[in-house]
Design a protein around this ligand. Structure first.
Ligand code: ADP
Ligand code: GN1
Ligand code: MG
Length: 365
């Protein structure tokens, strides 16, 4: 994809014909995939108004129309549920802003896909939380998301990235990248390769349980990191789930596990001092409680039992994906420096080793 330049941005702004005077339009957030901008408008006597403008990463999401179909379907469904429950749909879920022509997304002259969201106000997005109470609230919100979508027609969803959490397939992609070793990096990451191989048994945990029907496929979020949700400034409670691009059929254990690998890590996803990386059991315990409470009767006993495995598998899979991307020359995740994906892979594998140690304890919660 071509980098977003001022001319392109202007073309998109023209398509939306927003009201007010644009004060700034700067890159925003820490997402690894899309190009996100925060637009700030002066609305004259009504103060300032913020809008999120995003260009969808079409290298990653190769069917952007289908993706937008999913987002439109899911947000409309959630809006109705929120209103029925007496909630505020403009803060509790994402709201797409139409273009001047009434479309919910815009295709630019270069073939790029754009969308605009109302900015979720009076709320905060965390990269890390230290307090179990906050993590509990985040978990409860993702659990509630599961419950809200439990009767969403699963067949209406496009599978935006097939095999997204198929860890076996992720392993095959890693092996292929290793074999090709296009950037001749394999020699410098022997320890990581060894770790990927040692824990490859994790790839085989969920497929048989899906095949036997022991674990149901649900409408899941599939990218439950902490920075994909907002917390209400006033109440401190989880408010809104963002980043709906990967809502697809999946397992509860994926949503639980992906949140743990990011949020219950004592360090950042790209921490380079690996001695700081570990699983915070207090945060883990809080997430189990919040997620279980949020899901309510939706979660089966077997799903509850397998939450710890979800944490290990998602941590492993993510580490594997970062390693694969590093071997392939950083073609998927956005990076800030040349070893960024390798740094991320290392935190995930370090965390995984710690989780494997703590698994008996994790199972007691
Ligand atoms: P990516 O797929 O690249 O992760 P996201 O959709 O997660 O993109 O957006 C990136 C970041 O932008 C989020 O982590 C969040 O901080 C911010 N963000 C996205 N949508 C909104 C919104 N509607 N209101 C406030 N912040 C938002
Ligand atoms: C990406 O888009 P973002 O930054 O919320 C990725 C997730 C990874 C995550 C790792 C579509 O999430 O799968 O777990 O990075 N999203 C996609 O931080 O691949
Ligand atoms: Mg995101």
């Amino acid at each position: 994809m071509i980098p977003v330049n001022d001319q392109l941005k202007q073309e998109v702004l023209n398509a939306y014909r927003f009201h007010g005077t644009l004060l700034s339009a700067d890159p925003y957030g820490n997402g690894h995939i899309n190009d996100t901008f925060l637009l700030v408008f002066d609305m004259y006597r009504m103060g300032r108004l913020k809008v999120i403008l995003q260009r969808i990463n079409t290298d990653v999401f190769q069917k952007p129309q289908e993706l937008m179909d999913n987002v439109i379907g899911v947000t409309a469904f959630l809006q109705k549920k929120i209103l029925d429950a007496g909630g505020d749909d403009s803060r509790e879920t994402l709201t797409l802003i139409p273009t001047a022509g009434g479309e919910l997304y815009y295709v630019d002259s270069q073939g790029g896909y754009w969308r605009a969201y109302q900015f979720i106000t009076d709320a905060v997005c965390y990269e890390q939380v230290k307090k179990p109470e906050y993590f509990f609230e985040g978990a409860r919100l993702f659990g509630k998301f599961q419950r809200q979508l439990s009767d969403y027609p699963i067949d209406a969803l496009h599978e935006i990235i097939p095999d997204f959490h198929n860890t076996q397939m992720r392993y095959e992609q890693f092996q292929k990248a290793l074999k090709e070793d296009v950037y001749e990096r394999a020699g410098t990451v022997r320890d990581e390769i060894q770790c990927a191989m040692k824990y490859a048994y994790l790839c085989d945990i969920f497929p048989p349980l899906i095949a036997s029907g022991e674990l149901p496929l649900r409408v899941t979020h599939n990218d439950t990191k902490l920075n994909n949700q907002m917390f209400d400034n006033r109440t401190g409670k989880g408010l809104c789930i963002m980043d709906l691009d990967t809502v697809m059929p999946g397992l509860l254990a994926y949503d639980f596990g992906d949140a743990i690998r990011f949020g219950a890590n004592t360090a950042a996803e790209d921490e380079t001092d690996l001695s700081r990386v570990s699983l915070d059991l207090r945060l883990y315990k809080a997430y189990v409680k919040g997620f279980t409470e949020g899901c309510g009767s939706v979660m089966t006993e077997r799903e509850r039992e397998l939450l710890p495995e979800g944490a290990l598998v998602m941590t492993y899979e993510c580490g594997l994906r970062f390693l694969t991307d590093y071997l392939q020359g950083d073609i998927y995740f956005k990076i800030d420096h040349p070893t960024h994906n390798l740094d991320r892979c290392r935190t995930q594998f370090t965390l995984l080793v710690d989780m494997a140690d703590k698994l008996p304890k994790m199972r007691t919660f």
